[in-house]
Write a protein that binds this ligand. Sequence first.
Ligand SMILES: C[S@@+](CC[C@H](N)C(=O)[O-])C[C@H]1O[C@@H](n2cnc3c(N)ncnc32)[C@H](O)[C@@H]1O
Length: 256
Amino acid sequence: MSLLRRLTETPTSIVALDDPAIGPAQALADRLGLVLSAPLPEENQLWLSEHGLAFKAPAFNKPFSIDFSSGKYDHRRKFGGGRGQPIARAVGLKQGQTPSIIDATAGFARDAFVLASLGCQVTLIEQNLVLSLLIEDALQRAAAEPAIREIADRMRLYQGNAITLLAESDLKADVIYLDPMYPGREKSALVKKEMQLLHQLVGVDIDSAELLSAARSKAGKRVVVKRPKGAEFVGDQKPAASVQSKNTRFDIYPTV
Ligand SMILES: C[S@@+](CC[C@H](N)C(=O)[O-])C[C@H]1O[C@@H](n2cnc3c(N)ncnc32)[C@H](O)[C@@H]1O
C-alpha cells in the first residue's frame, strides 16, 4: 500500500509544539507531503516537540509516543527474567547462542526491545506508517541515552509490508518473530488504551497465514509466533513446539 494511501487513513498534519521543533516538523511535513498546523482536536495529527514525536488521535486525550527509557520498556528490560523468560526460550536464546531476529510485526517495538536488550541483533518491520515513525523517533532518542544506546544500536527499522520485504529484500536472520493482530483481541474486556490505538491504526491483520508461510521460507533456523493462551494456530498451521507463559503462547515452527 502506498505512503499516500496510508496517510489518508492516519495523520492529516504536523504540529510543532515548541520553537526547537519547528525546523524538524517542517522537514517531517515535507517528507510525508503534509502541512504544519495548530493542534486540531478533531484530527489525527503528529505532534513534535523537543521531547520527540507523538501521535494524537481525537479518541484519545493524551498523545501517544514510544519511549524505550521509560515505563514498561525499562521495567521489562530490568525485571523481565533475562534469558530465562518465555520469549527468549522460544527464539532459542541460550548460553553461547544469541540468534539474529527479524521482528516482522514490530508494533510498539516492545518485544523487539526485549530481544535487543538480551543481546540479539533485531531487524524490525512495521507496515503502519505512524507506528514506524514513532519507533524511528524512539530509536533516535535512545541513541542519545547512555543506558540504552547500545540496545538501540542493535535495532534496525524498515517500514513496509513484511511479506513483500521478506520476498524482495536480502534481509536475513536466524529467527523470524511474528505477533500479528487477531480478531479475538478486540473482544477482551480489558483492552488497554494502547491496544485501542493499535486497533484504530492497524485494525486486524488479515494476512498472518501468508506472513507465516513467507517467514518459514525465509528464516535461517525457526519462526516464532506469539499468540494469546488458548488461541488457534495461525493459518491452522500446527507448530513443532510451543513455549507457554501465563497469558501467552509462543509457537515454534521449523523452516520449510
Ligand atoms: C500486535 S502488534 C505487535 C506488537 C509488538 N509485538 C510489540 O511488542 O509491540 C502487530 C503489528 O504488526 C504489524 N503487521 C501486521 N502484519 C504486518 C505485515 N505483513 N508487515 C508489516 N507489519 C505488519 C501491524 O501493523 C501491527 O503494528
